[in-house]
Design a protein around this ligand. Structure first.
Ligand code: MOS
Length: 738
């Protein structure tokens, strides 16, 4: 194969850097109106009155929409449920006067110009009947709602063995609590929708989303429209990270306005408003580990309390990773939801594993200290070749090789075990490590390929490319499967009118769409062979479908490379200008083998002994994730995950003023993320992990695994440097004092 596995620059890179690639807020049309959102200043209660008269007097203002005067919207919860909605009653923007969270959209000002809409939105006066709210999870800890183990795939797993007894008799025990605050995604691109209103009332919606068909179905549900009346387009995305998995409220408001005014409308959220479209739930996690004196695990318990809204129960399986990863006969889990007067929490890069692993891998480090064992050695003693939860063998698991390759590249053998034992000048040096684990999921998908007689192929699927490089890997796979140069492949994606795709999330698109392309390309090849066989004296007349491959624009016999027919000849001779095939693929959900991706993360910190300033000077992330389609874009994914892990460890924290139930740092100046000066040497290693059983190309996906384990590796390095264990993220320098 020419392209699969090779470092390939993004096929859409030129379009992106020249600005030719258009994002949701960049589509223009004649008579486009602009909207601005008014949000609530209380966290709970009812709107008593909205006075828009002053806003309406501003020249250029077209309308102020509120729950009192908006066009009709669907009444059932079902209509508002999208493909990835959690249980509950989804938020309905501008539906009624109820306030469910602070900064909630309550009115929409539409004007001829954006500046006018924005200014007029400041003139809308609102009176409320306020009710008492709770936004502090610690106040809800005792009346949090328990999830029943084993009830759904996302519930905590059922217990195995007898964890309490095993803990009681364990030689060495560790127990503690770990806290992760609310964090926000902060993609560069703001949520935006440009709704083009066609004369017959049909809508083309340019939307920032991770799933165009999900948004299309949702808009059809909310506005009781037919699928052929709504087309959703999103070929590029300036970062999603999970915040765009569900349709966000700007698409409802922009559509409402377009339908009310019978005009095209654009709505771009402000950065502050981005902080009320979902977040990584804060969580308190309690872990207990019990081992033999030899350092093999006897018992694991993992309890979590995570944050969600009053109206929906969002959660992921935070606790389940602990019992999955290491060999241990006894495991027990509990998970409770703290329901707060906030918007519903949502997926954020590697939801549950990024956070669950912070707790587990910090606890494992503490256990290694108690056992006087090297942290890598402890993990090797607890290593499992089976999925411990499902008790199944893995189709592939090269985590051992990740430990080895990562440790070697990092120079781990030079680590001196005692805390505070490594220093240079005024800086303490700490080396820490952690394990990462994520799913290797695959979803049903449909791909269409149209091959022209001139040797050009168009590959179409409704999937998004949220910035991960999906355009590029699709082109690579198609080029290899069709035997064409990369330049001869055009990718069409991010359009709801294209063949079916799930939302792009969970790291499942690379495997799903690549397999879809391979399957459809096979159908194209068969059709070409049928045509080639009909040629007089065809060199392939006896060839079976599996005997030929497509290489260099030709159908070639695998047995005898001199027997070949060019694509062009086969099609021209058959009188065919275009071969079009569309195939759907699905995957066995509960097969005999388990699938995960794994990583070993090694981090170095240097900490000013007097000031406590922490620098993460080196990170090595060794990843086993099946076959890597494109080592260049995949390295970028892992690097991005590591940078985010640095943010998780040291910087990120959404702060709420609980008196008002309002986020205080809803901007990227006060919500801290790593900047260039915080990011030093990051080395990404892909461990070769052939896996022929997961899918024919052996792909697992790398979008999320890069962040897992990073925060724990850094926290463990900080302990090693200072002797101080911080169990509460982010690890700011004040937490190192005293
Ligand atoms: Mo990912 S958090 O499923 O976009």
């Amino acid at each position: 194969m020419t392209y699969i596995g090779t470092p390939t620059s993004r096929v859409d890179g030129r379009a992106k850097v020249t600005g030719a690639a258009k994002y949701a807020a960049e589509y223009n049309t004649q008579g486009l109106a602009h909207a601005a959102v008014v949000t609530s200043s209380i966290a709970k209660g009812r709107i008593k009155r909205i006075d828009a008269s002053e806003a309406l007097r501003v020249a250029g203002v077209l309308a102020v929409l509120t729950h009192d005067n908006r066009p009709p919207m669907a009444k059932s919860d079902e209509a508002y449920k999208d493909e990835v909605a959690p249980d509950g009653s989804p938020f309905r923007p501008l539906y009624d006067g109820k306030i469910l969270f602070n900064n909630q959209p309550i009115a929409l000002v539409v004007a001829e110009e954006w500046e006018i809409a924005r200014f007029a939105s400041s003139l809308v006066r609102v009176e409320y009947d306020e009710e008492a709210h709770v936004t502090d999870m610690h106040r809800r800890r005792n009346d949090a709602v328990a999830l029943k183990p084993g009830e759904t795939p996302l519930s905590p797993p059922k217990a195995r063995g007898k964890a309490e007894q095993a803990l009681a008799s364990a030689k060495v025990r560790h127990e503690d609590e770990y806290y992760v605050p609310i964090e926000h995604h902060n993609p560069m691109e703001l949520f935006a929708s440009t709704v083009i209103y066609e004369r017959d009332g049909k809508l083309t919606i340019y939307d920032k989303t991770q799933g165009v068909q999900n948004v299309q179905r949702y808009v059809c549900g909310v506005f009781e429209m037919k699928p052929d009346q709504v087309r959703v387009v999103s070929p590029y995305m300036g970062g999603g990270f999970g915040s765009g998995l569900r349709p966000q409220y700007q698409v409802v408001l922009a559509t409402l306005a377009a339908r009310a005014l019978k005009r095209s409308v654009r709505l771009v959220l402000r950065r502050q408003q981005m902080y009320q479209v979902g977040y990584r739930p804060a969580m308190i996690q309690r872990i207990q580990l019990g081992t033999t004196s030899a350092g093999t695990l006897e018992a694991i318990t993992h309890d979590a309390v995570t944050v969600t809204s009053q109206y929906e129960d969002f959660y992921r399986q935070e606790t389940g990773w602990s019992g999955l990863l290491y060999k241990c006969a006894n495991a027990k889990y509990a998970h409770k939801l703290a329901k707060l007067d906030l918007a519903t929490s949502c997926d954020m890069r590697c939801p549950s594993a990024a956070t669950g692993s912070f707790a587990l891998e910090s606890a494992m480090d503490e256990l290694a200290v108690a056992l006087k064992l090297d942290p890598v050695e402890l993990r090797l003693r607890c290593y499992s070749d089976r999925d411990q939860s499902a008790d199944k063998p893995y189709s592939s698991k090269k985590l051992r090789e990740c430990y080895r390759a990562g440790a070697q590249a990092f120079g781990w053998e030079r680590r001196s075990a005692a805390p505070r034992s490594m220093r240079e000048g005024s800086e303490l040096i700490g080396w820490g490590m952690a394990t990462g684990v994520w799913d290797a999921m695959q979803m049903a998908i449909t791909v269409r390929i149209a091959l022209s007689a001139n040797g050009h192929a168009e590959v179409a699927c409704a999937t998004s490319d949220i910035g991960t490089g999906t355009h590029t890997i699709m082109a690579q796979v198609a080029a290899d499967m069709l035997g064409l140069p990369l330049e001869a492949v055009t990718i069409k994606l991010g359009d709801s009118s294209l063949p079916q795709s799930p939302v792009e999330g969970g790291s499942w698109i690379a495997a799903s769409v690549a397999n879809g392309i391979a399957t459809t390309a096979e159908a194209v090849r068969k059709e070409l062979l049928r045509l080639a066989k009909r040629m007089p004296n065809s060199p392939l007349k006896d060839a079976a479908a599996d005997d030929v491959t497509l290489t260099d624009g030709k159908l070639v016999s695998k047995r005898d490379a001199s027997r070949a027919v060019s694509i062009t000849d086969a099609m021209r001779h058959g009188g065919v200008e275009r071969i079009e095939q569309e195939k759907s693929t699905s995957f066995e959900e509960d097969g005999p083998r388990a699938h995960n991706t794994h990583s070993a993360v090694f981090a170095e910190v240097r900490i000013d002994e007097e000031l406590g300033v922490i620098r993460v000077t080196r990170v090595v992330n060794a990843v086993a994730a099946g076959r890597i389609l494109n080592t260049k874009t995949a390295t970028s994914q892992i690097m991005g995950g590591v940078v985010w892990g640095i943010g998780m460890a040291l910087h990120e924290e959404t702060l709420i003023d609980h008196t008002f139930g309002r986020i205080m740092n809803a901007n990227i100046a006060e919500y801290h993320v790593p900047v260039n000066a915080d990011v030093h040497d990051i080395k990404v290693i892909f461990v070769d992990e052939p896996d022929e059983s997961i899918n024919p190309l052996g792909i697992k996906g790398v979008g999320e695994i890069g962040i897992v384990g990073v925060a724990a590796a850094i926290a463990n390095a900080i302990y090693h440097a200072t002797g101080k264990r911080v169990r509460e993220l982010p690890i700011t320098l004040d937490k190192l004092q005293g």
